[in-house]
Design a binder for this molecule. Structure first.
Ligand SMILES: [Fe+2]
Length: 307
C-alpha cells in the first residue's frame, strides 16, 4: 500500500532538437534502452531497473523543454479523486489522454506554474524488465552510466505557492524540505515526496511558466556517480556542476546538459523519508550550501539556464 497513492515519477516527455545526437546521449551515455517510436517525432526509452513499458519520451521539436511530467499512481480511485478536486475545488484544467503506447488513460492537470502533471495507474510490463524468478541483479547488463530509473524533476514557474498547495492538499504529497524567501513569507523552492524518497518533484519560483530546471536519473552509489563523471569527461558532455553533494536531500549529484540544452542530473543516495518526519527548512542566505554543499556557491549558469 502506497503512503499517498502516488508511487513514483513514471513518465516524462521531453522536447529535443535532434534524434541522432539525443540517442547518443540518452541511450549510449546515460544507458537507457530504446523501446520504440510513436509516429515519426517521438522515441520511447526506459532504464534497466524499471518494470513499466517505458519512462521517457523524447519528442523532436524546435525548442527544448518539458511537455509533461507524470506519476505512476496506485489505483483509479486515487486519480479520480485528484481529478475531481482539481476541477471542482481548484478550477484547474483537467484532460485525459488515451492511446499512449503501453499505457492506459493518463489524466493531466495543468497547474499554476504552467506544467502538465499527469497521473496513470495502468501500464504494460516492459518487454525487458528486472528479472522475477531467481533474479540476477539485471537481465541484460547495464551500459553507459547505467542509470537505474527516473528519479525526479525540478519544475519552475510562477505561482509556486499555489502549485505546492495543490501538490500537498490535492495530490497528498508531503513537503520534505524548503528554502524560504528572504522575507520569510513563502518558499523559493519546495521539495515534495509521495513515498519514501526525499523528493519526487521540486517546485522553484520562476517568472516564466512551464519551465524545467533538470530531469534526474537515479544511480546506486557514489562510485557510480564517479563513473558517470568519467563518462561525461570521456565524451565531452557539457557538465554544469559536480560531482558533489546536496545539503538539501543529502543526495550525491552531477548536473550536465543533453545536446539540446536540457539539464540532466545523475542522483544517488539521499535520505529515506516517511510522512511523519518533520519538514526541514533552509533560509535564503543558505541556498548555496543547500544545493552545492561542498563549494557553498551556486554558479550563474545553474541559476539562469532553464528549458
Ligand atoms: Fe535534482
Amino acid at each position: 500500500m502506497a503512503l499517498t497513492g502516488i508511487l513514483r515519477t513514471g513518465l516524462v516527455q521531453l522536447r529535443v532538437l535532434d534524434f541522432e545526437e539525443s540517442l547518443v546521449h540518452y541511450r549510449d551515455r546515460l544507458g537507457l534502452s530504446v523501446v520504440g517510436k510513436i509516429g515519426e517525432d517521438r522515441i520511447m526509452l526506459k532504464s534497466f531497473d524499471e518494470f513499466d513499458h517505458h519512462s521517457l519520451v523524447l519528442r523532436r521539436a524546435d525548442s527544448p523543454g518539458l511537455d509533461f511530467f507524470c506519476f505512476k499512481s496506485l489505483d483509479k480511485q486515487t486519480i479520480d479523486n485528484i481529478a475531481k478536486k482539481s476541477k471542482e475545488e481548484y478550477g484547474y484544467p483537467v484532460d485525459v489522454m488515451t492511446g499512449h503506447p503501453g499505457f492506459g488513460e493518463i489524466t493531466f492537470v495543468t497547474v499554476p506554474t504552467g506544467h502538465k502533471i499527469g497521473f496513470y495507474w495502468e501500464v504494460e510490463l516492459a518487454a525487458v524488465h528486472p528479472m522475477l524468478v531467481n533474479p540476477h541483479p539485471w537481465d541484460k547488463e547495464p551500459h553507459g552510466m547505467g542509470v537505474a530509473c527516473l528519479d525526479h524533476a525540478l519544475l519552475c514557474g510562477p505561482n509556486q505557492g499555489e502549485t505546492v498547495r495543490w501538490f500537498t492538499d490535492c495530490v497528498g504529497m508531503s513537503i520534505t524540505e524548503y528554502i524560504s524567501t528572504p522575507e520569510g513569507d513563502g518558499h523559493i523552492c519546495t521539495w515534495l515526496s509521495g513515498n519514501t524518497r526525499g523528493h519526487d518533484v521540486a517546485i522553484l519560483s520562476y517568472p516564466e511558466p512551464g519551465k524545467i530546471h533538470h530531469l534526474s536519473f537515479q544511480l546506486q552509489s557514489w562510485d557510480e556517480i564517479g563513473r558517470a563523471a568519467d563518462i561525461m569527461g570521456r565524451y565531452n558532455i557539457s557538465v554544469d556542476a559536480g560531482p558533489m553533494r546536496h545539503g538539501i536531500t543529502r543526495g550525491q549529484t552531477i548536473y550536465f546538459f543533453d545536446p539540446s540544452g536540457n539539464r540532466n542530473e545523475t542522483y544517488a543516495g539521499g535520505y529515506e523519508y516517511f510522512p511523519d518526519h518533520p519538514t526541514r527548512q533552509w533560509s535564503a542566505d543558505h541556498v548555496g550550501e543547500g544545493i552545492f554543499y561542498y563549494s557553498k556557491e551556486l554558479n550563474e549558469r545553474f541559476l539562469s539556464v532553464l528549458t
